[in-house]
Write a protein that binds this ligand. Sequence first.
Ligand code: PEP
Length: 263
Amino acid sequence: MATTRRPLIAGNWKMNLDHLQSIAFVQKLAWALKDKKFNEQEVEVAVFPPFTDLRSVQTLINADDLPLQLGAQDVSMHDEGAHTGDVSGVFLKALDCQYVIVGHSERRADHHEDDEVCTSKVQAALRNNLVPILCVGETAEDLEQYGASKVPVDQLTAVLSSVKKGAEMVIAYEPVWAIGSGQAATPDQAEEVCATLRDTIRSLHGDEAAQSTRILYGGSVKSGNIAGFLKRENIDGALVGGASLDVDEFVAIARFPHHVSVD
Ligand code: PEP
């Protein structure tokens, strides 16, 4: 059976660029994508600015019909009420966000977000018609103790077991030791874990979900190493941190000729 998964290149800005800087950045990005004849039918590109930038970026995307999707870096598990500092999925949807990142390792570490919290946030995203990008990945200590696959598979299993089948999700395999370190996993290492994650989706949510779910690799992705990842059968794009803040680098990553079908 031939399955088409449109690659997704997702730029996680983390806590960088204020709302004025975000406007200048997106204008440059839009110009560079046009200049390089970027084709959004082949590759989907999404940006994940800080919450305070979302309205500015949304306005630009809508006004100029830019080939960019918008996402948020986090979502509250609650939809409304007495939850100071939280941001509701209802509000994100109203800003035309399509995606939300859930369970990034920086939130798991800085805010003690465990699998239960991630599950509630994925459920909040889905109930608001946002596509969650669930991040899973092992630390350097986990890698030494258990090997690469165990922790990401356990994290994925915990969430998928409590999520209804058929819901669109994206999974990002992000080895924690590779994030921001300049030391990416090898394409072989990443492919092995992503294949195991796809098997996990198959056993919990069935073959159709396994075939259609996009699995991204994240961790020190750059224009110089993206090719190796995207050639692999089970890697359907990248979650890009540092390099997403450099317009030329990010466009070079998005412009790489990707595989689009897997037999
Ligand atoms: C990330 O923030 O998810 C990430 C992968 O960062 P970097 O690309 O900088 O390693």
